[in-house]
Design a binder for this molecule. Structure first.
Ligand SMILES: Cc1cc2nc3c(=O)[nH]c(=O)nc-3n(C[C@H](O)[C@H](O)[C@H](O)COP(=O)(O)O)c2cc1C
Length: 172
């Protein structure tokens, strides 16, 4: 799958099949995270891969908006340094690279940001200096993903030269 195709077809899933995801795919996902750009190349992020079903249930309990992660095959907790002004942007880039890499292997995913920080730090040994900024749950899709993307048209979200100008004059 090329990148354009991956972006076009990737949808977020809350439900995952029981089919196990192999260690080589998990490693590829972490490798994608490692290779991602970060502000001033500070690489302040750290990643905790969670695959034990009990630990996935703990992740779910430590979340306010990601209870579905209990049914994921594995998850990655993205920890970032909140003293960096761009740390959430860095987390987002890492997430997208991991998700597209997984999707290239047919593994779908979803993220959540509703995280109970004290509980996550206690349960997963995350240092005080870092935030558990986002969690990504991964797994093979439970059913074939046929959905259409529910997105606004390009004309509503993108402009030419000046905010509000239609793209009409965009030429090759
Ligand atoms: C910044 C961000 C935060 C999100 N937080 C949550 C969340 O807390 N819980 C959740 O279930 N989904 C969360 N999502 C998933 C979005 O709801 C999902 O990407 C959106 O509905 C589009 O899904 P689709 O690609 O399947 O159309 C989040 C997505 C983004 C980009």
């Amino acid at each position: 799958m090329n990148v354009t195709e991956a972006v076009k077809t990737k949808l977020d899933s809350r439900e995952f099949s029981d089919r196990p995801v192999g260690p080589e795919i998990k490693r590829a996902v972490l490798e994608a995270a490692r290779l991602t750009q970060s502000g001033v190349n500070s690489q302040h992020w750290r990643f905790v891969l969670v695959q034990n079903p009990k630990s996935l249930a703990t992740l779910a309990a430590d979340s306010t908006s990601g209870s579905w992660v209990a049914g994921a095959n594995f998850a990655v907790v993205v920890c970032t340094d909140p003293s960096k002004g761009f740390h959430v942007l860095d987390a987002g880039r890492v997430v997208q690279d991991m998700e597209l890499t997984a999707w290239d292997h047919g593994v779908t995913s979803r993220i959540y940001t509703g995280i109970k920080q004290p509980e996550m730090k206690r349960d997963f040994g995350i240092p005080e200096s870092l935030n558990a900024t986002v969690v990504v749950g991964f797994g093979y899709p439970k059913r074939k993903i046929l959905g259409r993307k529910d997105r606004k048209p390009l004309s509503e979200v993108a402009f030419l030269e000046r905010f509000g100008n239609p793209l009409g004059g965009l030429s090759g």
